[in-house]
Ligand binder design. Sequence first.
Ligand code: NAP
Ligand code: SF4
Length: 678
Amino acid sequence: MENFKELFEPLKLKNNEIKNRVLMGSMHTGLEEAKDGYKKMATFYGQRAKAGVGLIVTGGIAPNFAGRTQPFASQLSFPWQVKHHKVITDEVHKHGGKICMQILHAGRYAYHPLNIGPSNIKSPITPFKPFGLTKFGIKKTIWDFANCASLAQKAGYDGIEIMGSEGYLLNQFICKRTNKRTDEYGGSFENRIRFIKELITSVRKKVSSDFIIIYRLSMLDLVEGGSTWEEVVELGKIVEGLGVDIINTGIGWHEARVPTIATMVPRAAFSWITEKFKPHVSIPVVTTNRINDPQVANDIIKSNQADMISMARPFLADPELLLKAKEGRSDEINTCIGCNQACLDHIFQNKICSCLVNPKACHEIEFSNSNLSSNSNKNIAVIGAGPSGLSFAIEAAGLGHRVTVYEKRDQIGGQFNIAKEIPGKEEFHETIRYFKTMIKKLNINLVLNTSVDYEFLKSSDHESFVFSTGIEPRMPKIQGIESDKVLNYAEVLYDKKEVGQKVAIIGAGGIGFDTAEFLAHNPNHKPTSLSKEEFFHEWGVDTTYKNAGALKSKEQIKSHREITLIQRKTSKHGKNLGKTTGWIHRQSLKDKGIKMIGGVEYKEINSSGLVIEIDGNQKTLEVDNIIICAGQTSVNKLYNEFDEKESRPSYLIGGALKASEIDAKRAIDEGVRLAYKI
Ligand code: NAP
Ligand code: SF4
């Protein structure tokens, strides 16, 4: 049995100790600015501390107004704000945890017109040109950081993390890319890091010696004009000398065009840089990015690549990740699949962060206060073992109901079985593994290979019925659609039907993109994910670190097939893909040479291929196959019949309820929420 011994060893600092090697990394949750947000954050962090996290780092809090990421973002600058934070620290301490507050100054990344930077150079990802800081402004910002740290200590935090990476203000001072100053804060490396040196010195003076200072050091900027390796090492040694207790690894500026945390990034892809850095300092070093599994984390500690592991999103997906690992129940971990759909994408839409596989994340109070049914021992039938049905079943069984799941196929998972086939989306296997484990653990009666009908349900003794019968691919009305050349995406991705060399894909939503990625990779229907080396070649990461910023030219992997991705809209392809991942999917297909055509009218499918019209001109795409990825329609006939004829309660969830834009996030959310209502 796994015991993850190394992960649970205490970590000694100069003047403090952390009970294990796991740091819950900083994540903005949106609760920072929400009504009753501090109470909600206390519950959120408290739950993770209770389940054994050694050290928590909060989402970024600004030290002054200019440093806020947005006009209404959270700031700690005044003594009256201390009491709010105390609610959080008290709750974490009650559970034996430790918590540091991250101080984040957004610099030119701030999404408001009063933003500042070392120089007045606009970032490519924000609309506001920053004001270049005056010398007085620099001194004032340093004072604000020290004041913020001192208030954090008064609020009961065990320490702070100074955000020095991801392209925020400190990083902007360090790099030539954004620091064009001609005074003593710009020019030479020594001058460019002067701001950081003065800042850390001021902070250290304002807090006690046992107050933990973590410095998040950008080890890989992944942008032109970023730091050189020698500069990274030098800065690391300097911050150690100034009294920093822990160095955390920062990977990539936000404007970098290299994926750093999305699901196609191989697990622990960036730990090599922490390992390379570690021998240069004697304080503990934390590694991070795409570590979502206790075995991977333990291996890193065991092989001395790092002293601590930072995991952020995995604690949204499962607050008890560490407890389960410790108790030998790691197969029960609800693993973060790196999709960003309910965490980062929510933050970019100004919504409260949550998790696709765990919609209770950041909504803990809402779920604990829900009015559970007085009878939580009902005999419930679930029809359909896709994400919505299974999420309901697991949650309902956990609340005490007796649940039977009927599934017509020979396996559970529904649409997840399609998603897991896409190269780079292998993490979906983990959710299916989690579902399988929980079905067994909670004694859910799973009946596979069984297509139930009304008569069967009528004669059953179930008290309530949940219909999660899913969707089927929508087939558009195009002349010749019945041709043998035409396949729908399920036939390609699930049934693995043979596909020719020249392909037209109708529909450029998430499924169209996924299908193109699948067909581009392998002619024999064997999905292949990228190894770390292939990933670095494909995205141009220079692991020899010869160039500043650690970038090199990309070695693009060309598509195995000639693929054209088509839509009727004239807007950009994949417009509705996730905010934080859409650009990666678009870039990936573009690099592979996939053609994208928009503003199309479909005229006909004939023996030559697909006839389309653009701007009044007709042309034939000569292709072997036309793959339909044109959305879905609900499968809800059985529910309608049952609802009409039966008085026993019945519920419809997931794609069967509404097929339009159904995705796993909505499906799982509906399943979990219904369990609290039924
Ligand atoms: P979708 O995003 O709604 O896209 C459907 C595509 O089909 C559109 O490009 C649409 O473009 C086209 N279409 C719709 N009706 C059509 C018709 N009658 N004839 C021809 N073309 C038609 O649906 P999806 O791709 O099936 O994805 C379903 C859900 O899963 C979405 O919410 C999606 O975001 C999500 N998903 C996300 C990811 C991801 O990576 N984040 C991956 C997979 C799925 P035109 O109308 O312009 O032709
Ligand atoms: Fe992980 Fe996706 Fe959940 Fe975010 S939404 S925590 S990426 S599983």
